[in-house]
Design a protein around this ligand. Structure first.
Ligand SMILES: NC(=O)c1ccc[n+]([C@@H]2O[C@H](COP(=O)([O-])OP(=O)(O)OC[C@H]3O[C@@H](n4cnc5c(N)ncnc54)[C@H](OP(=O)(O)O)[C@@H]3O)[C@@H](O)[C@H]2O)c1
Length: 290
């Protein structure tokens, strides 16, 4: 039940047959430093997740590689049994090594194991959406996704996954996936300053496929730009609020999953993402990524 009297900024979107709020939450920041190990403040992490639901957010993005395993177990501890409206989107295709690296794990048996680990750690019988994570920690990599994607399609046929998506994908890989089976979302790096997917976003909007930018606030290096700061100052808000508001206004198929380990930041982001931007402000912000 939402404690907000006003709807969340951006309204809703439908992933296949699952309705989600366009303002979602990314759980990666809940694990320890380097996305490894438990959070410094276990109860604080549970409180952030409960605040997500209390605010009426119904899109929660995660991965069993966060922690590893620990973030999904935190989600289960905080929120299980899950509200009927909550949709949990996870991703498979990478694992963790002892140094905190993200080695790829996309052999069919890796993907089967990871889907079963996600089911167990989240405490569900079916995963709402599973993204196949491509490329590596450095970014996208060209090449066919057929073998790993078909392995996920088989797990979907077995009833373990409702909907599929891809992450860290090139436009060619998105097209290849769509030729094999329907996808409901693409999760790639994109923000005000990093706009490599502009064309892809518009094409996906025409297909009714969601685009879910990761690092919407710049990720590990917060967005910094004088134009962003100046628009934020004029609107008496924060650069982060403007960055999120810009994404919501950029295209109706963009879903937000900003990450935070702080309930106060979460509330700030929800309140700030609804700030209306005029045509002149949008044009000024557009220059940042050009
Ligand atoms: N598919 C992929 O390969 C991939 C890769 C990376 C991430 N992701 C997903 O994308 C989500 C979002 O990415 P992200 O969390 O890495 O980056 P992000 O959302 O761009 O930025 C998160 C950072 O911003 C800070 N922050 C958030 N709100 C703030 C506020 N109001 N004031 C000040 N600082 C604020 C957070 O610190 P505090 O904790 O202090 O608030 C954190 O350091 C992740 O949670 C994850 O689910 C996917």
């Amino acid at each position: 039940m939402s404690t907000l009297s006003a709807p969340l900024p951006g309204g809703t979107w439908t992933l296949g047959d699952l309705t989600v709020t366009r303002f979602g939450y990314g759980a990666m920041q809940l694990a320890g430093p380097g996305v490894m190990g438990p959070p410094a403040d276990h109860d604080g992490a549970l409180a952030v997740l409960r605040e997500v639901v209390d605010l009426g957010i119904t899109h929660l993005d995660t991965s069993d590689a966060y922690g590893p395993h620990l973030t999904n177990r935190l989600i289960r501890e905080a929120l299980h049994p899950y509200p009927a409206s909550l949709r949990i989107v996870t991703k498979v295709g990478a694992t963790r090594d002892r140094q905190g690296g993200w080695p790829t794990a996309r052999a069919p048996e890796d993907l089967r194991r990871s889907v079963h680990e996600n089911l167990e750690n989240l405490g569900v019988e079916v995963l709402d959406v599973v993204n196949l994570r491509l490329g590596d920690a450095q970014g996208t990599q060209a090449g066919s996704l057929a073998e790993p994607f078909e392995a996920l399609v088989e797990l979907q046929r077995q009833g373990l996954i409702r909907h599929l998506g891809v992450s860290n994908a090139t436009a060619e890989q998105v097209a290849e996936a769509q030729a094999i089976a329907p996808i409901v979302c693409v999760q790639n790096m994109y923000n005000l300053a990093y706009r490599r997917d502009d064309e892809l976003i518009d094409a996906l909007a025409e297909d009714g496929v969601a685009y879910v930018p990761f690092f919407p606030l710049g990720g590990f290096s917060p967005l910094q730009s004088s134009a962003l700061s100046s628009v934020a100052a004029r609107l008496s808000t924060t650069p982060m609020s403007v960055a999120l508001a810009w994404l919501l206004q950029r295209s109706p198929n963009i879903l937000l999953i900003p990450g935070t380990s702080s309930a106060a930041h979460l509330r700030e982001n929800v309140a700030g993402a609804g700030v209306p931007l005029t045509g002149a402000e949008l044009a000024e912000l557009d220059e940042i990524g050009r």
